[in-house]
Design a protein around this ligand. Structure first.
Ligand code: AMP
Ligand code: ZN
Length: 491
């Protein structure tokens, strides 16, 4: 199976046979979050896509070194060029240390990812922990003539680089068009050309996050941290680099240029980009209000939602789309995913009660298993994988209804298909979901009480029904009655 994987490479715009540099080993780098605010569900989608890919590679037996950084410095408001550092800005507004901002949102990021059942990456380096490495890379690029100093800042010389290299090969942009499209020349006095980007910025007196360097007290450009950390932990050339589509330009284009300027070779063999999660047809983003936060979904506390949904249902919703397709978030879509997820879990829950005999017609477990691997090997096609898993659900239901039988051996295979693909690869979790999707015993208990309350109301025993509602409320469980029945949310 390891030999058959095809990956869509953003650099060539094609699916390519995956050939790791060292057979059996994979180096994978994914740009991590900028920790100046809570992660929204869109951010989670990109990281979840790579968690699924990491899981699949591990399942196939690859030794994967998965590096996902934390951006805790140097990410400016305006694509790494102008404006205030986003973390410093938050620190100024809240009157706390920048590192308090970083800590708060790194903890939030980890908590959310844990709820979604992410595997931890092999290394999670921080930008501020690698300032020395970044300075060394800048020195190297300056020495090789691809960067210049201007008033204590260092800029990458795109025109010089482009003489013998191709700046724009990932994003498909042309340097000439970039120049033509740049209006704000006045704001970029320090630069020779508007398309040049900062490797090091001299800090203004009020800029809090600053480090000494040969050029000035300042801070590194955003693109540089990923070049420094990926090179340090994965080498000058490694297998896979990932991130969201919106990072192709300028971030990844600049990473390629920096690494090629230093090492004279392309740093990454396969560039992978996950597509955006949208809300109302528009990209979810931190800078606008067009977003939703995972905890709002888990508690149901958002007026876009009719109820709460468990993390694993949200994960299933994400996995139902291919990672390169745009996915639109909505309450209805989550409701539909929850139904599908419950069906899948019901079938898995019934596995152990099946009657085992010899196979009767129509059940070909080996074919099913092959189809699951083929889907994943075809650029990690999780929607096709899930469609195949529902073929498995059909088998279970046929056998349960006495319309087919399965041999002991095939039964074990079927069980292992569900284990591998549902739990190990997709990262879903077995749950008995309550009416609001709460993924544990609590869900069942609250549903039981909702049932008793409904009976009491039907019998006009309002004392009992009110007592159940009020006592649940004092425990922080809020019942919500609607025309579709009763749901609950957790305070
Ligand atoms: P940031 O913290 O803004 O640097 O973003 C972290 C990751 O989330 C990056 O890989 C982005 O490409 C990705 N991302 C941001 N918005 C979305 C979205 N709406 N859908 C999917 N991924 C996103
Ligand atoms: Zn990056």
């Amino acid at each position: 199976m390891q030999n058959d994987i095809k990956i869509y490479n953003s650099l060539s715009g094609q699916k390519e046979k995956f050939e790791p540099i060292n057979p059996g080993h994979i180096g994978m780098y994914v740009c991590g979050p900028t920790v100046y605010s809570n992660v929204h569900l869109g951010n989670c989608r990109t990281f979840m896509s790579f968690d699924m890919i990491f899981r699949y590679f591990k399942h196939l037996g690859f030794k994967v070194r998965y590096v996902r950084n934390i951006t805790d410095a140097g990410h400016l408001e305006n694509d790494a060029e102008e404006g205030e550092d986003k973390i410093a800005k938050k620190a100024r507004i809240e009157q706390i240390e920048p590192m308090e901002v970083v800590q708060r949102y790194t903890v939030d990021f980890h908590e959310i990812l844990q709820k979604f059942n992410f595997l931890p990456p092999s290394i999670e380096p921080t930008a501020t922990g690698h300032i020395i490495e970044q300075i060394e890379i800048i020195k190297d690029i300056v020495e090789k003539g691809f960067a210049y100093e201007s008033n204590g800042s260092i800029y990458f010389d795109v025109a010089k680089f482009n003489e013998n290299n191709h700046y724009g090969k990932l994003s498909g942009r042309k340097v000439e068009d970039m120049i033509a499209n740049t209006r704000e020349l006045a704001a970029q006095d320090d630069k020779r050309n508007p398309q040049d980007f900062a490797l090091w910025k001299k800090a203004e007196p009020q800029h809090i996050m600053r480090w000494p360097s040969p050029w000035s007290d300042g801070f590194p450009g955003w693109h540089l941290e990923c070049t420094a950390m990926s090179t340090k932990y994965l080498g000058e050339q490694f297998d896979i680099h990932g991130g969201g589509m919106d990072l192709k330009f300028p971030h990844h284009e600049c990473e390629i240029a920096q690494a090629e300027a230093c090492n004279g070779q392309s740093p990454v063999n396969y560039w992978m980009h996950a597509n955006m999660l949208t809300l109302n047809g528009k990209k979810m983003s931190k800078s606008t209000d067009n977003n939703i936060f995972p905890n709002e979904i888990f508690s149901g506390e958002n007026n876009k939602l009719s109820k709460a949904f468990s993390p694993t249902v949200v994960r299933f919703f994400m996995m139902q789309a291919h990672y390169r397709s745009i996915l639109d978030f909505s309450n209805d879509a989550l409701l539909a995913s929850e139904k599908g997820f419950n069906k899948l879990m019901e079938a898995i829950g019934q596995l152990d009660q099946l009657q085992l005999e010899k196979n009767t017609i129509g059940i070909d477990i080996q074919k099913l298993k092959t189809a699951c691997y083929e889907a994943m090997n075809d650029d990690f096609n999780t929607p096709i994988l899930i469609a195949n898993l529902f073929e498995g659900v059909k088998f279970v239901n046929l056998i349960k209804d006495g319309k087919a039988t399965i041999s002991n051996q095939d039964f074990e295979e079927l069980k292992s298909i569900f284990q591998i693909f549902v739990f190990d690869v997709l990262g879903l979790e077995k749950t008995s979901t309550g009416s609001n999707g709460e993924a544990d015993t609590l869900g069942g208990v609250v549903d039981l009480l909702i049932g008793i309350r409904n009976e009491a109301r039907a019998n006009k025993d309002f004392a009992t029904s009110d007592k159940i509602r009020d006592e649940l409320a004092t425990l922080g469980i809020q019942l919500k009655d609607s025309k579709d029945g009763t749901n609950y949310s957790l305070k």
